[in-house]
Design a protein around this ligand. Sequence first.
Ligand code: ZN
Length: 79
Amino acid sequence: MVIECKHVWEHISGYLDGTLSDETREVVQKHLDHCEICSAILDSTRNIIILTADDHVFELPVGFSERLHARIDLEFPAR
Ligand SMILES: [Zn+2]
């Protein structure tokens, strides 16, 4: 099973939270192993979560998802 980048992005928060099913996590992990774009997005998403966790706030900022997708559209308009 192969998934596209946009599907990986939908799963990134679940991936970091550990809420994905084993099957989905494995597919996402496999994609991340060979896709630099998604690895970079994962890294920046993880950094944001670590920053908020330091303040004992575990929820993502309001509008985070919209901003992430806007950023992705901006950086990868061809996708
Ligand atoms: Zn990708």
